[in-house]
Design a binder for this molecule. Sequence first.
Ligand SMILES: Nc1ncnc2c1ncn2[C@@H]1O[C@H](COP(=O)(O)OP(=O)(O)OP(=O)(O)O)[C@@H](O)[C@H]1O
Ligand SMILES: O=C(O)c1ccc[n+]([C@@H]2O[C@H](COP(=O)([O-])O)[C@@H](O)[C@H]2O)c1
Length: 255
Amino acid sequence: MLTGLLGGSFNPAHGGHRRVSLFALRALGLDEVWWMVSPGNVLKPRAGMASLPARYASASREARRAPIRVTAIERELGTVYTVDALRALVRRYPRRRFIWLMGADNLAQFHRWKDWRGIARAMPIAVIARPGYDDAAMASPAMVWLRRWRRRCRQTSVGALGPGCGSSGSDGMRSGSGQSGKIRSSGRGGCKPFACAAPALIVLRFDPDPRSATAVRQANPDWEAGLAGRASVRALRDGVTHHAVAKQAFGRGGR
Ligand SMILES: Nc1ncnc2c1ncn2[C@@H]1O[C@H](COP(=O)(O)OP(=O)(O)OP(=O)(O)O)[C@@H](O)[C@H]1O
Ligand SMILES: O=C(O)c1ccc[n+]([C@@H]2O[C@H](COP(=O)([O-])O)[C@@H](O)[C@H]2O)c1
């Protein structure tokens, strides 16, 4: 099973998460994407962070009828940092092949994450272009290091993915051209970063999606209140571990 991992606060989840996940799924020939709803991003303030069950519920709703599984497995693993969570996942699911997915905003500050080179060594990384962040991402300290492992995946937009997949190039996120090379294309029209050992970096570019959780919160600051009382939310089970998610009360924030 080729599995994309999109870690996030999902405070709340929005259509952009769904769209970029489905795009990555297709472009990379993944079987499914797991949305790892984070107990708490160590670089984000806890103030304004909705409870884990509320964020999980919003993600479940957004992932409906898609090959996306929502999980709060990091809380169960007891990990705080992504590098530790990913190593634990690789140990726990040895028959799966994972790829770490993230938006360009996260690549721009990836060098601030704990042992980010360790993440890159643990599994391939696919970065999804995001309006307003691509220049900072391409110029970031992490990209300086990751660039040498960049693999090319030719595509222009959803629905028009080309089969070309190749080894590294040096142009920016806005370029969609590629060259054929070491990485074989998958049968599903995408490319396979799994065919080469990590580190491997793929930059995915498609019609940029401007949606963000910040904008959703600004438009609807009380989004969490609409979920809190629902029995269906209290009964939620983790999409990967099947354990109950709502162990904690709503409204406490963060973890
Ligand atoms: N529109 C988007 N395009 C590309 N990547 C996205 C988009 N929205 C979210 N992501 C990526 O999804 C992952 C989870 O994002 P997150 O839950 O923090 O949402 P967000 O919209 O970035 O939130 P916020 O506005 O609160 O920072 C991150 O890797 C982020 O870069
Ligand atoms: O491990 C770290 O040092 C680290 C620092 C910042 C963010 N992360 C992870 O990055 C993912 C995206 O976070 P966010 O809040 O931008 O959605 C999420 O899984 C976080 O736990 C991880």
